[in-house]
Write a protein that binds this ligand. Structure first.
Ligand code: GLU
Length: 283
């Protein structure tokens, strides 16, 4: 087996649609062609939105599609200890700070931003006495990454690059210079679930030995900050291969929330998996 390892990492927040099938098939066929590993990871940290029934459905959908994956499956909700260890390491080095802002604060900021510009959030820890007061009141807080502290820790971000074998939404490919500033002080750990997407994904990709990240170009932006987290946590950088998103006949990209036709509905309508595979360009 080669050292090629890739993954498909759905969040069980809804039923899968053709776009997911396309992405999963791209990763799966690339792993098989390279004689490498295909990993299915369940990204279920958002307990407010994930449902076991969606996980059951997605396992059925992917099996129907003909995919097989390594066992045991990693479920993020079962590995909070790993994410807390990474968060702790960032906190210990002064790279994270507590943020007490509420949804309302965020919405107000957005409303104040000039039309079309939603500047990335940049903040700072509260003065010690104010922070102590809020903690004493039992106010919940999120942990945010401090971009300024990260820059100070690394010297600069100039050496922060990643290799893109596919393309970003603006055709970015080859050696891409990561620009974590554009995402601002991202949330590392949410108030309600104790971790957030970028941190969990970065830790998992490293722990699972993922060497190639194949995913939709909607996640290209996320790579900028995930690359920064790799550097701060001393983790390896995989090769990236972002792919265009599948669009419906109307040109609009497929999305769970738009009720795109689900794989479950195709299955129950008697569509053959080979028909769908062919339609998506996989023979
Ligand atoms: N769980 C993410 C999603 O469903 C994908 C994460 C990734 O591929 O990095 O959109």
């Amino acid at each position: 087996m080669s050292d090629f390892a890739t993954r498909f990492a759905p969040s069980p927040t809804g039923l899968l649609h053709r776009g997911h099938a396309y992405s999963a098939l791209r990763a799966f066929t690339a792993a098989k062609a390279a004689g490498g590993r295909f990993i299915l990871r369940i990204e279920d940290i958002d307990t407010t939105r994930c449902r076991p029934a969606f996980e059951t459905a997605l396992l059925e959908d992917l099996t129907w599609l003909g995919l097989t994956w390594e066992q045991p499956i990693r479920r993020q909700s079962e590995h909070m200890v790993d994410y807390h260890a990474a968060l702790q390491s960032l906190c210990d080095r002064g790279l994270a700070y507590k943020c007490f802002r509420t949804r309302k604060d965020v919405a107000q900021d957005m409303a104040r931003a000039p039309h079309g510009q939603t500047a990335a959030f940049r903040g700072a820890p509260l003065p010690a006495d104010q922070e102590a007061y809020r903690l004493a009141q039992g106010e919940p807080f999120a942990w945010r990454l401090s971009i300024d502290a990260a820059r100070a820790a690394l010297g600069d971000f100039e050496d922060l690059t990643f290799h893109e074998e596919g393309a970003g939404p603006e055709g970015q490919s080859g050696t891409v210079i990561a620009d974590p500033d554009r995402l601002g002080d991202i949330i590392l750990a949410r108030k309600d679930v104790g971790v957030a997407y970028h941190l969990a994904v970065t830790v998992d990709d490293a722990l699972q030995g993922v060497t190639q990240i194949l995913r939709g170009e909607d996640l290209f932006e996320a790579t900028h900050v995930q690359r920064l987290l790799q550097a701060l946590l001393n983790l390896p950088t995989p090769i990236y291969r972002h792919h265009p998103l599948l669009r419906g006949a109307d040109g609009v990209r497929l999305a769970k929330r738009l009720n795109s036709e689900t794989l479950q509905s195709l299955r129950t309508a008697g569509v053959k998996p080979e028909t769908l595979r062919k339609e998506l360009g996989f023979d």
